[in-house]
Design a protein around this ligand. Structure first.
Ligand SMILES: C[S@@+](CC[C@H](N)C(=O)[O-])C[C@H]1O[C@@H](n2cnc3c(N)ncnc32)[C@H](O)[C@@H]1O
Length: 244
């Protein structure tokens, strides 16, 4: 999507991220992430406003972060404890941070914010280089459902309330596995447009990216509560391990 860069998500969404982007899984995610991170040096890619990193830091996890958006990181810094987390501003397809880590994670579909296969493969390769032997990389994404698109498009009311309506619109390119979304909020105050390009990948392709990076799938759950992953799962939490 022309005009949309790595920092655009934060510029458009940082101010009301807390109110509009709650997946309802934060508590369970923090529980699982804390148990996997243990006492190891931990890096959250696309740390955002610290939805996961702040509670993890409070639980004693040695967490650092990377994000492309100065706006998101400014929100993180403004929260209690946010100034104590080391965060680098940069692209998760490059991961220009100091040192190596025992545990790296990338939550809430953020892998799909990298809008080409090449960038996603590079992200995995960089994680492979940044992990200590025996270290692990956890990825959470939705499982793609192309049945959502009819004639290469989607138009769907997401919320209808007394004040207005929120619409999800998007154009689907099944070859590049890309969707260019435009979320539209219409109410008495006028119209707000929130664009979001995404490049989706099925779990099997993500496994291949991991394999290319020298990582092997260790666990795949259908939720943060470690629910089994099945053909009906709408999301997955996958754990990859670098050989010791
Ligand atoms: C859906 S939010 C997820 C934030 C956080 N991980 C969470 O679970 O709440 C996506 C985040 O990815 C960041 N982002 C998008 N593209 C990026 C890139 N190329 N490199 C690093 N961060 C990126 C955005 O700035 C935003 O903070």
């Amino acid at each position: 999507m022309k005009g949309y860069g790595p920092e655009t998500f934060g510029r458009l969404n940082a101010a009301d991220y807390d109110a509009l982007h709650d997946p309802g899984t934060t508590e369970a995610a923090v529980e699982l992430l804390a148990s996997l991170a243990g006492r190891g040096r931990t890096l959250e890619l696309a740390i955002g406003i610290g939805r996961l990193a702040l509670p993890l830091a409070r639980r004693g996890v040695a967490i650092e972060g990377l994000d492309a958006s100065p706006d998101m990181v400014a929100r993180l810094r403004a929260k209690p404890g946010g100034d104590k987390i080391k965060v680098a501003i940069g692209d998760m397809a490059e991961i220009a941070v100091d040192g190596t880590f025992d545990f790296v994670f990338l939550a809430f579909n953020a892998l799909f914010n990298l809008t080409t296969q090449e960038a996603q493969v590079r992200c995995f390769a960089r994680v492979g280089e940044r992990l200590n032997p025996g270290g692990a990389f956890l990825v959470e994404t939705f499982v793609p459902d192309v049945a959502r698109f009819k004639d290469g498009a989607i138009v769907r009311p997401m919320a209808v309330d007394f004040n207005g309506v929120t619409l999800e619109t998007g154009l689907h390119d099944p070859i590049a596995q890309r969707v260019d979304y435009q979320y539209i909020r219409l109410d008495a105050g006028g119209m707000r447009l929130t664009p979001l390009p995404m490049r989706y990948a099925w779990p099997s392709e993500i496994d291949l990216m991991a394999q290319l990076a020298g990582l092997a799938l260790e666990e795949r759950w259908g939720g943060w509560d470690r629910a089994p992953f099945t053909a009906k799962s709408e999301m997955h939490v996958s754990l990859y391990r670098k050989p010791a």
